[in-house]
Design a binder for this molecule. Sequence first.
Ligand SMILES: Cc1ncc(COP(=O)(O)O)c(CNc2co[nH]c2=O)c1O
Length: 403
Amino acid sequence: MFSIDKIRADFPILQREVHGKKLVYLDNGATSQTPQVVIDTIVDYYSNYNANIHRGVHTLSQEATDKYEEARIKIQKHFNAKHSYEIILTSGTTHGVNIVASGFASILQEGDEIIVSALEHHSNIVPWQMLCEKTGAILKVIPMDEDGSLRMDLYHELLNPKTKLVFCNHVSNALGTINPIKEIIHAAHKFGAYVLIDGAQAVPHIKPDVQALDADFYVASAHKMCGPTGVGMLYGKEELLQLLPPYQGGGEMIETVTFEKTTYAGLPHKFEAGTPNICGGIAFGVAVDYMNSVGFDNIEKQENELLSYATQELEKIDGLKIYGTTNKTSVISFNLEGIHPYDVGAILDKLGVAVRTGHHCAQPIMDFYCIPGTVRASFSFYNTKEEVDVLVNAVKKAQMMLS
Ligand SMILES: Cc1ncc(COP(=O)(O)O)c(CNc2co[nH]c2=O)c1O
């Protein structure tokens, strides 16, 4: 049974006040909050079994190794990967994208084509631009539409035998748009192109099944789904991860090292050079358990109720424009006519409401709408309708003060 009071009691930070006002945290698209069970896991690790992993002969190292590899299996099962070694633990989404982009630098040829969507976060644009500069590959863009959806008709026209890679986010961080990634993947595979899906904004709301999607690569960050910062995952089909060269050289990623030649470790350690974020990985596994204990059906129901209520109430405000009105997760990007989003965000902060303002590392989207940025309210399952009312009243107050 979903009890919002019980859920909110899991998050100590939600008791906070800012500027003497009760915190209303609506910046979940930037990072989600952390439940007590994840906090306790971090304290427990550093209090009781902090040790380096994989090669220690002593008890603490074995305990830490077991917990770390258990977390990998939890993540594998959550995303329904066929093998645990198809889950590379990274420092986050950006790291995962760069592992794949760097790997294809030795594979792409001049004139090959890469397709990205107009809705991407900079971390799923810049690495591919860097890859094109290195290889002479050509970057193509799936245009977006006024409602924040992708022009799928034009996507199908862009695909051709030269298309080698397609990159798209599962959910847009700036607008909340849920992209038709199954169609995107299926169409790309018809031309033999590989697809990387950026799941950073999907994983708080959706439980992706990478085998059902037939995604070649899928990346996400733990801090978007109640986990700690500095840890994330890259899923890759075994045969593709085998194809890519290591991303970084160092300890952990080797079999044997001589000055004449080094042989590399197998999966997943080939891509996990150096001491990993051991505690973060273990806590990521606990966050996965927590999200599943809440239940993604409950999460979807609660967040959709908040989204429709907030949309209904915000739309009553004259001079307020919402960007992104297509099928989306619980994100509302908006502006008040004649008022800079930063100024709105600053006033909301003074009133206890935490939102994000600016281009959200998605400048091409802002260019499309010819705006400097937006105010983005992003809701999570632990937010309430009462908090939506506080947001709406704060927006009205900001409009009055700034007009
Ligand atoms: C779609 C998307 N991709 C990649 C990233 C990068 O994730 P990281 O590697 O964990 O930093 C983000 C972070 N998005 C945001 C971070 O702050 N506000 C945001 O909207 C994102 O929303």
